[in-house]
Design a protein. Sequence first.
Lengths: 231, 111
Amino acid sequence: MEFQIYRFNPDIDQEPYIQSFTVEVERGMMLRDVLLEIKRRDESFAFRHSCGEGVCGSDGVNVNGKNQLACITPVADYTDDPVVIRPLPGRPVIRDLVVDMSDFYHQYHAVDPWLKRKDPVPEQENLQTPEQRARLDGLWECILCGCCSTSCPSFWWNPQKFLGPQALLSSWRFLADSRDQAEDERLNDLDGPYKVFRCHTIMNCVDACPKHLNPTRAIGHIRNLMLKKSV
Amino acid sequence: MSRHLSGFRAWMWQRASAIYLAGFLVYTLGYLIVAPPLDHQALKSWLGGSGMWLATALFFLALLLHAWIGVRDVILDYIGPAGLRLGILAAVFLFLLVCGLWVLSILMGVL
């Protein structure tokens, strides 16, 4: 099967180019296995990967125009030659499929993704009811692979100002948490023309998320909470 | 929450104005289909009635507000350089202001 891979080494290349590789596909093969095979043939080829089972979120790539985690994407999903693999879009390319995710991590950090308490921390457990805990489902599973934010046109245009779907999903994860006590502070931090309201409900994030999470819904919850607080 | 027309407030006003625009259009189109004014005088007196005049004025106010927030959003998305952005925003604002004054002069003529 033919794979067309985006190549760019800023130390050598004037501009990026596409290189074709033909890889014999075996049953059960994932795209990460294909990338490893290409790496075996050409050691100068660079891509990120680690756990190989969709947990670390390292190997987000753009396959035939859609962001995917290479390690959990079966090659059998693609029946037509060639399969085009590019780096995650909108991010500066460091080399080949490796991109600079600094803006993405900066936005994640900006939403204070940790529990904030005003009351003293309980001596033992901080109990939740099953219903309170259930509100976090579909939120805590995010692995920060960046497939959502790098597929979002609003994040492409304003990566330093718009939080992006991943950070907003994380923000709602803490707003929705019964143990968190910084709701007003968090909502105040989210206001302004850029942080939340660059989202135009394009929903590329929902389409791209390899964990089948729904950042658009989380952003809707944030807006509804703002509305509730303002009346 | 912000006190200016940005962020949450802009988003809320855009939606509120959209609801009013949709409601007004449905009512007006429905009225024009069911009981269309038969001549210019009838149309003028329908629009000149105090309730309808106020509703129409509010419609254009909501339309201008909705357009301003929407176009400003597009400019915020796509126009990066501050000078260029300010220039385009000013041009859009002036255009909407002229439209508003034009509508106002028409509405005053109906009274």
